[in-house]
Design a protein around this ligand. Structure first.
Ligand code: NAP
Ligand code: HSE
Length: 428
């Protein structure tokens, strides 16, 4: 066998310790698959005295991840600290400057600095691998960069934040409010330290921007992702959408259109009987459409020690085998600047509003929609609750802009109570 591959692991939390465990329990299996021993030289975290429920005594310890990144006995720097800036970014830069390959699970860092890091790594003849950063244990980065490399990718979409999917599906199954399930998720430890990363769609937006870069050969453009979280989704929306045959998902969609690159991470309705509609709990799903292959559906655990460490190990083994795939599937310098599409492609939308109990109320709303070019596909009115009646409308394809114009005119009709709701319908 050739020389061992020597690792420096920075970050010994959920993913870091998960990675150490696999390296310890599967040492012989990994060596056989990689064709060489994979060995941990040194590790780093903030607090050396913390009980981590793992035997780290055989490894050197560094308090400073930058010192770890620069060690002579480290070939691959494994960054499992997290955060877009700070220790993780500084240490990854130090690792590249010291001639080390990098494996990371850090989508926030790559969404903001991926292009610069990829260019620096490639200039230094090093690789950055990040399978664990997107959809946890699902090998979606490898699928796009390798398995589907022969395809022109048409669309990538999916549910990429398990916490949001847990919240939405739990609201439906238990009939609980958003606030109640949010609190439950907090107590179960599902939420990031800053919950807006999850429920604001930011974490999933980071992931989508990385997949879009690979799929469309463009520079990572996280700032151009249209983001909307799930905080405004009510149990009413979930129930009413269900009545119309849909489920609500925080859905990411990236596609190259004639108007530019469209990247959205927003609540969407999907058919309840579709693979995305059937997705329960914290599971992730990514759907990829290629011109030659058609549609591929990948489903699995998007988070947790085992699934995420599984993805980290896949990258480490690839490097041990000598694979040198570019960070985003092609040389970083050849990635094109993304031209963001100004508006999303037209789609059917679901509208929910409460109409006052007056003759002609529905007709007035239908007139406004018609005048804004919005055609109604299906409609349902419920019995009057107090003085108003909930009305659900499914439109034919239309734009969000047309709906916003129509909504701006609804107060003048004098028949709409409260804020109307519009949610895009995405069909797989
Ligand atoms: P975590 O449990 O919070 O662990 C973070 C680790 O980093 C801890 O060991 C911490 O040290 C260490 N650390 C923090 N600041 C440091 C610093 N300045 N210098 C040195 N070490 C520092 O985080 P995690 O959940 O394992 O996540 C790690 C990465 O994986 C993140 O990028 C995350 O987004 C990504 N990821 C996580 C999951 C998941 O399911 N958890 C899934 C996919 C991707 P102490 O232990 O001493 O405090
Ligand atoms: N907070 C993320 C999620 C963790 O819920 O999916 C994995 O990236």
């Amino acid at each position: 066998m050739s020389q061992p591959l020597r690792l420096g692991i920075a970050g010994l939390g959920t993913v870091g310790i998960g990675t150490v465990r696999i390296l310890q329990t599967h040492a012989a299996l990994l060596a056989r698959r990689a064709g060489r021993e994979i060995r941990i030289s040194a590790v780093s975290a903030r607090n050396r005295g913390k009980n981590r429920d793992a035997d780290l005594s055989a490894y050197a310890w560094e308090d400073d991840p930058i010192a770890l990144a620069r060690r002579g006995d480290v070939d691959v720097f494994v960054e499992l600290i997290g955060g877009a800036e700070g220790a993780a970014l500084d240490a990854v830069r130090a690792a590249i400057a010291s001639g080390k390959d990098v494996v990371t699970a850090n989508k926030a860092m790559l969404a903001h600095h991926g292009q610069a890091l990829a260019e620096a790594a490639e200039a230094a003849g090093r690789v950055i691998r990040f399978e664990a950063a997107v959809a946890g244990g699902i090998p979606v980065v490898k699928a796009l960069t390798e398995g589907l490399a022969g395809n022109e990718i048409r669309r990538v979409m999916g549910v990429m934040n398990g916490t949001c999917n847990y919240i939405l599906t739990r609201m439906e199954s238990a009939g609980l409010s958003y606030d109640a399930v949010f609190e439950e998720a907090r107590q179960l430890g599902y939420l990031e330290a800053d919950p807006m990363l999850d429920v604001g769609g930011i974490d999933a937006g980071h992931k989508l921007s990385l997949l879009a870069a690979i799929a469309f050969g463009t520079r990572v453009a996280f700032d151009a992702v249209q983001l909307e979280g799930i905080g405004r989704i009510s149990i009413d929306d979930i129930r009413r959408a269900g009545d119309m045959g849909y489920r609500i998902k925080l859905l990411g969609v990236a596609q190259m259109t004639g108007r530019g690159l469209e990247q959205r991470m927003t609540p969407c309705l999907v058919p309840a009987d579709s693979p995305l509609g059937q997705l329960q709990g914290g599971t992730n799903m990514v759907v990829i459409e290629g011109d030659a292959v058609g549609q591929i559906v990948l489903r699995g655990a998007g988070a947790g020690a085992g699934p995420t460490a599984s993805a980290v190990l896949a990258d480490i083994i690839d490097i041990a085998r000598g694979s040198r795939v570019s960070t985003f599937g092609q040389p970083a310098a050849s990635l094109a600047a993304a031209v963001p599409a100004r508006a999303s492609a037209p789609a059917p939308h679901y509208l929910r509003m409460a109409l006052t109990d007056k003759p002609g109320a529905l007709a007035r709303v239908a007139t406004v929609l018609g005048e804004e070019g919005i055609s109604i596909d299906r409609m349902r009115q419920y019995g009057h609750e107090d003085s108003s009646a909930p009305v659900l409308i499914v439109t034919h394809k239309t734009t969000r802009e047309a709906i916003d114009h129509a909504f701006a005119r609804l107060p003048a009709t004098g028949v709409v109570e409260g804020e109307p709701v519009a949610i895009r319908i995405e069909t797989a």
